[in-house]
Design a protein around this ligand. Structure first.
Ligand SMILES: Nc1ncnc2c1ncn2[C@@H]1O[C@H](COP(=O)(O)OP(=O)(O)OP(=O)(O)O)[C@@H](O)[C@H]1O
Ligand SMILES: [Mg+2]
Length: 352
């Protein structure tokens, strides 16, 4: 049995499909991330699970029971939003106690639940402060404590780190993942940041245009994207548009490239397709040794590595540069004529 299951769950606003009929199964204790571009339906799906938006069709099951129209307060679900939405006139302690008081928790039980929740997010020393006396990261911790205090079995988080700077974001990503592991609750986390999705999640649900594009572990999405969109959205990618030929090679521009051991999704035919080559699976070689040839147009310093960006010969209708990971000792120079090779087994042929 699943903790949460949607069957054809859908939402329309007038002529707009905010979410097309969607089937999704979420396991108990799982950390699932909804990832996708703006307007792809992430918040809509989350709000219907929370009971804050009424579905236009389909069904929601919680613990195997129909909860499609259950009141939000009866679902055992906690929610954390991008804006922390703390009560400005209440101190940290009262903010965390608020949801518990609403649920008639009192006295010693209230005290220990608030103190446990504050300890969990390392904010016990700040109980008497007002929200405006806290940093952004501290306010977000209080919002998390307020949600966790009543021990929901499902926690929904909608871009909770959106307002934080990069360093604090990365720190809080690890904190939230640790809190998930401590609580043992089911987490559904919304972000449009692919790095965040890959680092934090057990599974990622990639959304595009009001539907699920692909659902899988971070590694499955990275190594085996199901479409050009998925490959482009997750990780760095070189995408060569062309077509499969009868001889199991791939024709792109002036090249005939081997795809003998490449991954080809099962439902794929020989129509226009795209060859995906990840930059870290490619290397610069002499022009004669390369599968493709070109001229180094940019060198991008990324700290731990350098990316060579190559303008390919024989690709008349594409201005895209091909990225290749270089080790610092073997960096190339701008204007060098180079060849590029890659590990064919790591490439995929995708539908456009
Ligand atoms: N209350 C509403 N009335 C009309 N249209 C809406 C409403 N809420 C959402 N939509 C539309 O539904 C679609 C999905 O919106 P949703 O908020 O779920 O996207 P999202 O993936 O969360 O995007 P973002 O990353 O920008 O938060 C969008 O086209 C949006 O304009
Ligand atoms: Mg949203």
């Amino acid at each position: 049995m699943y903790k949460l299951e949607t069957k054809g769950l859908a939402k329309r606003y007038g002529e707009t499909d905010a979410l097309l009929p969607t089937d999704l199964q979420v396991k108990a204790g799982e950390f699932l991330t909804l990832l996708g571009p703006s307007g792809s339906g992430k918040t809509t799906l989350l709000m219907m699970i929370a009971g804050l938006v009424d579905p236009s069709g389909g069904q929601l099951l919680i613990d195997g029971k129909d909860a499609t129209h259950a009141a939000a307060g009866q679902r055992g679900i906690g929610m954390v939003f991008q804006s922390y939405a703390l009560f400005p006139h209440m101190n940290v302690w009262d903010n965390v106690a608020y949801g518990l008081r609403m649920r008639q928790v009192k006295g010693a039980a209230l005290n220990s639940a608030v103190e446990d929740a504050l300890a969990m997010v390392k904010m016990s020393d700040y109980a008497k402060r007002l929200p405006k006396e806290l940093s952004g990261g501290q306010q977000q911790r209080v919002a998390l404590a307020r949600c966790f205090a009543y021990r929901p079995s499902v926690v929904l988080l909608d871009e909770p780190l959106g307002a934080l700077d990069k360093k604090l974001r990365e720190h809080m990503q690890l904190e939230i993942r640790r809190l998930h592991d401590d609580l043992g609750a089911t987490f559904i986390y919304v972000t449009h940041d692919q790095d965040e999705a890959l680092t934090m999640s057990d599974r990622v649900c990639l959304m595009n245009q009001a539907r699920i594009e692909q659902l899988g572990t971070p590694q499955e999405l990275y190594d085996r994207p199901c479409s050009r969109f998925a490959a482009d959205f997750i990780g760095q990618s070189n995408l060569l548009d062309g077509r499969m030929t009868a001889t199991q090679s791939f024709a792109a521009g002036a090249y005939n490239l081997s795809v003998e051991s490449a991954y080809v999704p099962t439902n794929h035919h020989h129509e226009a397709s795209t060859l995906l080559v990840r930059p870290e699976m490619a290397e610069l070689v002499t022009p004669a040794d390369g599968f493709v040839q070109g001229t180094v147009a940019e060198m991008v310093f990324l700290g731990s590595e350098i990316r060579a960006r190559v303008k390919l010969d024989g690709m008349a209708d594409s201005d895209e540069l091909f990225s290749v990971r270089c080790h610092r000792r073997h960096a190339a120079s701008l204007g060098d004529k180079v060849g590029i090779r890659w590990d064919v087994a790591s490439t995929s042929v995708l539908m456009q």
